[in-house]
Design a protein around this ligand. Sequence first.
Ligand code: SF4
Length: 152
Amino acid sequence: MSAAPEAWSPPEPARVRGILQRLARRYGPLDLAWMERSTTPRVAAYLSSLPGVGPKTVACVLAFSLRRPALPVDTHVHRAAVRLGLVPPRTAAGPAHALIERAVPARSRIRMHVGLIRLGRDVCRPGRPRCEDCALAGVCPTAPSVLGGAGA
Ligand code: SF4
């Protein structure tokens, strides 16, 4: 069920330059303060229109730069969310954003993101998850098959 961890690599400098040039052409001086005054859908739509910017980056900017109720789905969040049944199996990380955000109240999304990352890194790891050490084993649909019916 789980995939190998994704290796993070920094964006290519040329791609970053392209984004900055596009921002400068559209808005003049490189000032992103307008995002703080704009609506979340407008900011999300704008960020999504930039080359190389996907749902995770959009959600990270919304959550951590603008403190908006977004829940970035990285490989750890995705793996834990699938195992917990928050999203159906084989749901790609991109579409998972909308599903997970719908399942989590707005006020809890950033904290849930941080919690799922920690869960995915420390307990719900790639390969065999450590369900025997997981506080969620009693409610997780994956735990019984991992624990072999031994219970949590
Ligand atoms: S019980 Fe197991 S599969 Fe479920 S979230 Fe915890 S570690 Fe992951």
